[in-house]
Every structure is written in C-alpha cells, then in structure tokens.
Design a protein around this ligand. Structure first.
Ligand SMILES: [Zn+2]
Length: 257
C-alpha cells in the first residue's frame, strides 16, 4: 500500500551570526589567520589539508536558532558541483554561515566532504532506482534518532514527526522523504530487467511518484514474463546486498558503527 501523508521534520539549525571560519591547527584562535589572500594554488591546497576544522568566528557567541527548510538540502547538494578545492573550501564556509555545522563544531572538511558524497551517491542511486547506500533517515550519530514520533508542527497540527539531532540528519531525511515529489527521470522497470523492447522509452518522467514502467504496455509485457516474480525477488536481494556492502564501506570510512 502507498499512501500520501504528512510528516514533519522538526529541527532547528544553530547558526552563529558572526559566521564561521577555519581553525588553523596548532596556531590557536586568531581572526587574522582566517583570511588567505593571494595564496598560490599549491600553497592554498596545502593550507586546505592543514586547516580544516570549522569554528565560530566569535567563539563565545551563542548561536541563533533558525528553522530548517528544504533549501538547506538544495544548498548542500549544490556543493557537489564544485570541482575546484579552493572554491569548495570557501563555499563550505558559506554553507555553514547560512545553516550552521553539519554535525558539530570542529568538524573537519573531510567529514564534511564525506557526508556530501553520501548524499550525492544516494541521489545517484535513487536516480537509477537503486537502493541508496544508507537508510532513509540515516543519522551518523545514532539510529535512535530515526524514530518517528508525535509532535506539533509550526501550525500546531499534530503530525508524525522526525526529530533529527543534526543538520546532516535533517538534510538526509528531508531528501529521503522527498522521493515521491521529485519529478525526475526513472528507468522503466521492463528495460532494467529485460532490456530492449519495441516502443519502450527506457526513461520516463514519474509525475505520480509510484510508477515503475514507462507505459501500460511495458507493465503488461512485464507481467506476462513467466519469471517476473522470481526476477523481482532476485533483484531486490541483489540491491539489498549491494547496499549493505556500500553501507559497510561508508561506515568504515567515517569510523562510525
Ligand atoms: Zn518501458
């Protein structure tokens, strides 16, 4: 059964108004060290490797609470388009200035990059109708935070709600739950399982959210195949195995359990 429903994601971003910067490791906490004007590319890449811990520009400032919105997901995904490491280094700060740290202060740029890669890989997998490497409400800190609870939304309606503990978790969850409304191209299930077929368009725009085939024709043809149920079962097993392997790899990389 599929049902359209409303779920709330209740999360408050914690954003320091003074903004964020990189802590220069070993050199203490000096505002003047944060700007890196006119460095050669090589030198700044070395700097990137060295100074990558996120800190508040004003250490003692209490962060402001800012409601989480889907815009954070878009802002985060857009960072995946950046190829230049210097640019990425700068834009990561821009992102943090707007939404706060992904998990916590002092997170380094490799964790930031790794979490972004998780979302990009997941997005890529979903486009191909494959299992993303992690569960929908993936939380790098704890699976306990994936619980669906009751709560009131901003309009005081009682709704099932997730209460993620980190910005990254909120982003991953919001992205995962968006699955039905993103109007993106899907691969026709017939084409994926049995290959070429006359009149099959291979890809289609899934405006309804739960379509699997490019056309009624492909759907009928699929169910006329004597082995389709077996094939679907094997396909699901294979995807689950693959996603477990991916999950193990990701967890190993992040050093999480
Ligand atoms: Zn088709």
């Amino acid at each position: 059964m599929l049902q359209t429903t409303q779920l709330a994601i209740i999360f408050d971003c914690q954003v320091a108004d003074s903004g964020y910067a990189y802590l220069e490791s070993g050199l203490g906490y000096n505002l003047n060290e944060f700007s890196r004007p006119g460095l050669s590319k090589e030198k700044s890449q070395r700097t990137v490797a060295k100074n990558n811990l996120l800190v508040q520009r004003i250490k003692s400032q209490v962060p402001r609470v800012k409601p989480f919105t889907y815009e954070a997901v878009r802002d985060f995904l857009v960072l995946g388009e950046i190829k230049d490491p210097d640019q990425f280094y700068e834009d990561r700060i821009g992102f943090s200035n707007k939404w706060g740290p992904l998990i916590k202060l002092k997170e380094d740029i490799s964790i930031f990059r790794e979490l972004l890669n998780i979302l990009l890989d997941s997005e890529d997998a979903r486009r191909k109708s494959e299992f993303p490497p992690l569960s929908c409400g993936f939380d790098p800190l704890s699976h306990k935070n994936q619980v669906l609870d009751w709560d009131y939304d901003r309009d005081s309606r009682l709704v099932p709600a997730f209460k993620p503990k980190t910005l990254f978790n909120a982003i991953y969850l919001a992205w995962g739950l968006r699955v039905q409304s993103e109007k993106q191209k899907k691969i026709c299930k017939y084409f994926r399982m049995y290959g070429e077929r006359k009149s099959c368009t291979h890809y289609f725009q899934d405006t309804r959210g739960d379509r699997e085939f490019c056309s009624k024709n492909c759907s009928n043809a699929f169910r006329q195949k004597p082995d389709w149920q077996e094939k679907v079962r094997r396909d699901i097993d294979l995807r689950i195995t693959r996603s477990r392997i991916k999950l193990d790899r990701v967890n190993k990389k992040l050093g999480m359990k």
